[in-house]
Design a protein around this ligand. Structure first.
Ligand code: SF4
Length: 365
């Protein structure tokens, strides 16, 4: 990728920074994360800096920043001081800067991070049940999770998310109710709830006994969360995360760090648009050697249409009816008459985000 931001559709974009370090590996985790490579943290900053300066000029303004992982809270405040010095010319008007944290994070760290300008924090709580935490191989306790959220509030964070995981073999209505009651008693503005998936290259690969397949329980859990926080995407509830909304709206984003993904739209000399997704090196070792080496995926008009429909239907974003052909529009009308979709100002929205997959297939069939 070259720095061709003058060809870009949008002046304002999203920035994602990936921190691939973790203290331990969770049993279900398929993210790009590593343990026992703490000695590479200093070099990692140098690589991030190199990639950032190669791709991003001072005219680029980010409206949101998301620092995800891995576990960003495994990095020292010193790392973030350097990082924010690097990105400060580009985040003057940023509305939202999020960082993901492990619940074993100290008050001092939270306070110092807040002072750098981070205004949204997301805790990987997963559950407040001791046994379930051990089952998942999380390295924090329920007490630490409660304390971390209270400390974040004390440190001045007004936007606090906690992640919960459900559909594990241990889940029951009783356990999940307790989790939600604890979550609701804390000063959180947002909940992300993820159904467990059994992924390749994880400790639980092919071991489906670790998952509970109980659709009634899943729907019940989602409805329980909705009693307190409104759902704006399949897995997200409460005050919307502007960064994630930007993804679903199809905004451009830069991906910085090992295993990060970016999304760019280029206006070619012949006036046509070229849309691509780019992937940095997944291996930290390779990324450290070649931080500006990418793999590319070019997206056709059909790919883009499918993404717009799918992402729009799984969230409050919706999609423009005008992107569909006549046959597809007819199928949308059928779904509207069946009360599965609704139309507002030429945009199509879904009543039930969980049906996004099936409805997208039907519309585009
Ligand atoms: S903390 Fe997150 S990224 Fe790290 S191993 Fe656990 S699930 Fe994966």
């Amino acid at each position: 990728m070259q720095n061709n931001s003058q060809f870009s559709t949008l002046n304002s974009q999203l920035l994602y920074i990936h921190i691939p370090f973790c203290d331990s590996k969770c049993n279900y985790c398929a993210f790009n994360s590593y343990t026992n490579i703490n000695h590479l943290k200093k070099k990692y900053f140098d690589a991030v800096k190199k990639q950032f300066l190669h791709e991003i000029d001072t005219n680029t303004e980010f409206e949101t920043v998301f620092i995800g992982g891995g576990t960003p809270s495994t990095m020292s405040v010193d790392f973030y001081e350097k990082l924010f010095k690097l990105i400060s010319p580009n985040i003057k008007n940023a509305k939202e800067i999020t960082i993901e944290c492990n619940p074993n994070t100290s008050y001092e760290w939270l306070k110092e991070i807040k002072n750098l300008g981070i205004n949204r924090i997301s805790f990987g709580v997963q559950t407040f049940n001791e046994e379930k935490l051990k089952f998942l191989n999380r390295n924090h306790s329920p007490t630490q999770a409660v304390k971390a959220i209270e400390n974040a509030k004390k440190a001045g964070f007004e936007n606090i998310n906690l992640d919960l995981i459900y559909s594990t073999a241990l889940d029951t209505k009783k356990l999940l109710t307790k989790d939600l009651n604890t979550a609701f008693s804390l000063p959180v503005t947002h909940i992300s709830a993820y159904s467990l998936t059994i992924e390749e290259n994880t400790k639980w690969e092919n071991d489906f006994s670790k998952r509970k397949y109980d659709e009634e329980l899943e729907i019940w859990f989602i409805e329980k969360i909705k009693e307190k926080f409104s759902q704006y995407e399949i897995s997200n509830f409460g005050k919307p995360c502007l960064h994630n909304l930007g993804y679903w709206m199809g905004k451009e984003y830069f991906g910085i760090g090992s295993g990060a993904v970016g999304f760019k739209k280029w206006r070619m000399e012949n006036g046509e648009w070229k849309i691509e997704r780019y992937y940095t090196q997944n291996s930290v070792y390779e990324y450290l050697k070649h931080p500006t080496k990418y793999k590319y995926e070019y997206l056709s008009d059909e790919d883009i249409k499918k993404e717009k429909v799918f992402l729009g239907l799984r969230s409050i974003v919706g999609f423009d009816e005008s992107i569909l052909n006549k046959e597809e529009q007819k199928r949308v009308e059928i779904l509207i008459s069946e009360n599965k979709l609704f139309k507002k100002e030429n945009k199509i929205y879904s009543y039930d985000f969980l049906l996004a997959d099936a409805i997208t297939s039907y519309i585009l069939s």
